[in-house]
Design a protein around this ligand. Structure first.
Ligand code: PLP
Length: 414
């Protein structure tokens, strides 16, 4: 089939705007009339610098953050590398901030809200790097499944259930959450859990926004670090965007230009994960996949082209994302005899809509019927099964409407 006749709902890598791919494709042969492909250009050439600069500026502009308060880093290694990088860097930052305590052999704790498969993986990595005793699982949402299913994700309890488990900011290296859990289809409601985590100014908040970044506004000033692999709402796989508050970078830089060995308890950061090293090099400490940065930059430039009057580009995108998600959930709820949405209503993801078809064995039939009319990428993650609709920015309203029509037809046909 040709591209125009299919709608792709894959969870990542995911759909990208056709116009972005067309521009990138031309660039793959001859970038900027240089006679060279972009993948042949030096990452230190003027053309590459311009791409990096545009990408940085586009990102800051979209999320309404300023270069005075925040730095944008482009790193390889995916979201998964950041699971490790935040631990190394922020334990180091804790020790630099509390040299008296570090000298006594302490190292603070890192704290995790575990609400789905990805935050669970991040917490496991922290346990490997600094030992289980230094990882405080503030919340394990598997204990709160709304349908009583033990040890499964699908709910996020009220803060009253877990708030008391947080340490005081001074004892905390950072607190981490995943804003949208791609596999389990749960997303924190907007502004939450920051309202709770931000109460203590000493606490550094880290968020994995890999699968919902650029789909709604957020207050960058409240986060120490936000990271997102590009391959969902920003671009292609290969780069991860890290937004880090400048005061944290400054503190880390005070430890030296290369990762320091502070005390036996504080692990030394591998240089490729050391935020000050990457920042000082303008994200070019080593060879960065500039082509992927270019795709990200083009996608962001496209987002910024939205109607400049009235609401910001990101607010407009947020409205669209909400409307598309509501269209799909409405059909699923209307035919609840046929479909079962897995997560609890209050924390359903707008990005990854996870549901089951109630009739045993009918999911393959549903998927096949969808494929026949060009609705692709709907199979749930291999770890949980079921159906998953990924409703990222590049999924058009038309595609969503077509899928909603199919959901309805399918349900009526049963
Ligand atoms: N975090 C979230 C929320 C994700 O959805 C993913 C991947 O799908 C990851 C982290 C891991 O990202 P990567 O595969 O880029 O390492």
């Amino acid at each position: 089939p040709d591209r125009a006749s299919v709608a792709y709902f894959g969870a990542g890598p995911s759909a990208l705007p056709t116009s972005v791919l067309e521009t990138a494709a031309a660039s793959l042969i001859n970038h900027g009339n240089s006679g060279l492909s972009l993948v042949e250009q030096s990452h230190r050439s003027a053309l590459s610098s311009k791409i990096l600069q545009d990408a940085r500026e586009n990102f800051l502009k979209i999320v309404n953050a300023s270069a005075e308060t925040h730095t944008v880093l482009f790193m390889a290694g995916g979201g998964t590398l950041q699971f490790s990088a935040v631990v190394y860097n922020l334990f180091t930052a804790w020790a630099l901030k509390h040299p008296d305590l570090a000298a006594k052999g302490q190292r603070g704790a890192c704290e995790y809200l575990v609400t789905g498969g990805w935050s669970s993986k991040a917490a496991d990595e922290a346990k490997r790097l600094v030992g289980e005793e230094n990882v405080n699982v503030v919340l394990d949402a598997r204990n709160y499944h709304h349908a009583g299913e033990a040890k499964k994700f699908g709910n996020i309890p009220d803060a009253g259930e877990w708030k008391g488990n947080l340490k005081a900011g001074r004892d905390s290296a950072f607190v981490y959450f995943c804003d949208n859990e791609t596999v389990d289809g749960v997303e924190f409601t907007k502004g939450s859990p920051l309202d709770i985590l931000g109460e203590d100014p000493d606490r550094i908040v880290v968020a994995d926004m890999s699968s919902n970044i650029l789909s709604r506004t957020f207050d960058a000033s409240k986060f120490g670090i936000v990271f997102a692999g590009a391959q969902k709402n920003i671009g292609s796989a290969g780069v991860t965007i890290v937004l880090i508050r400048n005061d944290i970078l400054t503190l880390l830089t005070s430890g030296g230009s290369l990762p320091p060995k502070l005390t036996p308890q504080i692990p030394v950061t591998p240089v490729m994960m050391h935020y000050p090293t990457i920042s000082k090099a303008g994200s070019l400490y080593n060879t960065l996949p500039i082509f992927d940065v270019y795709i990200a930059s083009l996608t962001m430039a496209k987002l910024l082209q939205r109607d400049p009057s009235g609401k910001t580009a990101l607010q407009q995108q947020e409205d669209e994302s909400n409307t598309k998600a509501a269209t799909l959930y409405n059909v699923l709820d209307r035919y609840e005899n046929v479909y079962h949405v897995v997560p609890a209503k209050s924390i359903r993801s707008r990005m990854n809509i996870c549901f089951r078809i109630k009739a045993p064995g009918d999911e393959a039939k549903f998927l096949k019927g969808g494929e026949e009319i060009g609705l692709l990428g709907l199979k749930g993650h291999r770890s949980v099964g079921g159906i998953r609709i990924s409703n990222y920015n590049a999924v058009s309203v038309e595609s969503v409407n077509k899928l909603a029509g199919y959901l309805e037809e399918y349900a009526k046909g049963i």
